[in-house]
Design a protein around this ligand. Sequence first.
Ligand code: E4P
Length: 223
Amino acid sequence: MLLLLDTANLEDIQKAVEVYPIDGVTTNPSIIVKEKKDFLPLLKEIQGIIGKDKMLHVQALGTRAEDIVEEAHFIKNQLEGNIYVKIPVIPQGIKAIKILAKEGIQTTATAIFTAQQALMAAKSGAKFVAPYVNRVENISSDGVQVVGEMMKLFTLYGLETKILAASFKNVHQVHRCALEGCHAITANIEIVEKLIYHPLTDMAVEQFTGDWQGQYGKGIRVN
Ligand code: E4P
């Protein structure tokens, strides 16, 4: 399962890539504006940290297919590396995904809330589809079940499109998506840190250190 970081915050990205097995970064317009920086230099700084071989997902803003395609060309021309243009699954977005797929530009269909939206985006040539798990659950539905339905459809029809589950508020949601066989997840640093956190692990480490130091007074040294 691929693990991406859903942020444009440089400190969070730096901290995460140093420690965790991060495969890329996802952004959206709301995430970008939070940083109060110029758009392209910020994206280039992100690539400077993660490397150009890692995925960087950048969202188009247009609501007409021509504008989305133009923005996708701009993003691709300005940034080198492994870029995915995120496009919401509105009708004009689907049209743009089809055009860009023919041109060989990688897209991620986003703002997805149902398995049928994902299926349409996949049929149109999107490389990834991004269901918003927690936002589904915010309105009393089961976001992980939606991801499970997508997995089932993509397997049934042999589609190569990958599911990049997004919008997580807790580790339980991530865990359940992983059990569904979800190809990729994107989450903020707080969730990523919690993926390995367990108080009993910290207690065990504290106990090992205390026991050892009680006898030897220091850590293990080769010399
Ligand atoms: C993913 O594509 C979205 O940018 C993001 O995960 C949405 O998350 P939120 O519901 O926490 O805003």
